[in-house]
Design a protein around this ligand. Structure first.
Ligand SMILES: [Fe+2]
Length: 133
């Protein structure tokens, strides 16, 4: 796999949320380009940015959920915490050469798609419905 394509089907219809998700995809692609001849410093830089951006994105998402009194907020937050834990653990493993850049990108891509299509779609529907009422 050369590149992970962003698809229309991943859009929740909340523009800011979708552009943040798309940027997470772009960062994962930037990391993916490092997999042939990984440059330690570049990989670390991208992983740091990926972690920081993920944190900001989750904070944004959670504030949206709080504003709309989303009923699954606690469970959704737990999933965010777990991803952050995994991401920092895997980043250490990549730095130690125990995990390949490829495998980390694959994990991130699959996590993003599943999370967007299941959890984020669910809450986006509720946010949009609240706005209509
Ligand atoms: Fe989420």
């Amino acid at each position: 796999m050369e590149h992970y394509d962003w698809k229309d089907a991943y859009n929740t219809g909340i523009r800011e949320l979708d552009s943040q998700h798309e940027y997470l995809f772009a960062l994962t692609n930037r990391l993916l380009r490092q997999r042939e001849n990984p440059n330690r410093a570049h990989v670390k830089g991208i992983l740091d940015e990926l972690y920081e951006y993920t944190e900001q994105h989750f904070a944004y998402e959670e504030s949206l959920m709080e504003q709309s009194l989303y009923d699954d907020l606690l469970d959704h937050k737990k999933l965010h915490i777990r991803l952050k834990e995994r991401l920092s653990l895997y980043s250490v493993e990549v730095a130690k050469g125990k995990l390949s850049v490829d495998d980390l990108c694959e994990f991130m891509k699959i996590w993003l798609i599943n999370h967007i299509l299941r959890q984020d779609f669910h809450f986006a529907e509720q946010v949009k419905n609240k706005k209509d009422t």
